[in-house]
Ligand binder design. Sequence first.
Ligand code: FE2
Length: 310
Amino acid sequence: MKTFTERQQIQLVPIAERYKHIQPKPQLPNFAAVIEGVDLTQALTEEVKQELRQALLDFEVIFFPPVEISNEQHVELARVFGPISLGAFHQRSGDNPEIEVIENDASRPPEIDHWHTDISWVENPPRGTVIQIREVPPYGGNTVWSSMSKAYAGLSEGFKTYLQGLTATHTWEVSKWREYLEILGDEALIKGVTKFKPVHHKIAKYIPEVDKTVLYVNETFTKRIDDVPENESKYILRFLAEWIKNPEYTYSHRWEKNGIAVWDNRLTQHFAIADFWPNRRQNYRVTFNEPDQVEQLQSKKLTEQLSETV
Ligand SMILES: [Fe+2]
């Protein structure tokens, strides 16, 4: 009998062989690498950009040591990984509508202390996100990432087979966004409901670039598993929400001022710990799309798209 304690061997990324221009230092096997040897204040060469894209696939979330960069350099860094995405409903940085600013202080408590993947409530969610924490609290305020490839790989074969045929409904309406839009007023809420209808995603999502399957449900935006009894959906989602919190699948990042993280939104979920409140924390965020979504974005100016959102 095969015991469940048997672990599947994982093939470690051959770092010395694969990387010649950057130095990734993983914090866990094949997960969460600090990238050394890159100067983000200078234009990046094609070789470096290529290795950064590879590192994001290999390690799912990558970090850069603290560095002062301009808003333009922040956006340029996101462009290394994909065309800039529309983002969500967050406040924008004045001259750079691509940048969302998430500021917390005594009067604005943090609200993203729940597991999620960014904007899974659209048909084509952003491929990933680049954040810089421009102001760090004196203590606390870590962000935790969970590897969805590790979480999926850890399940039994029978359970994987069960999940493979299923899709789930994702919508911002089950999240705090609804409350936020309600506060803005009926018009904003109606616009949100009209523009962003619920979408369906496969629960076991195959990612060809890494030849891995990931778990793609999150407790913030996933409303229900489609075509199964309501209670089955409820308890399976509850189980999966707990499953991904296994400390073995997660990495908790302690921020320094101007530290930067880039994550693949398909391969990970994240949780911004709210323990620093009422201290101040300022997060600059840019989301980027799948590479093949270039044309869709070019066909419409970003600013026009933004003005259409709530
Ligand atoms: Fe997020």
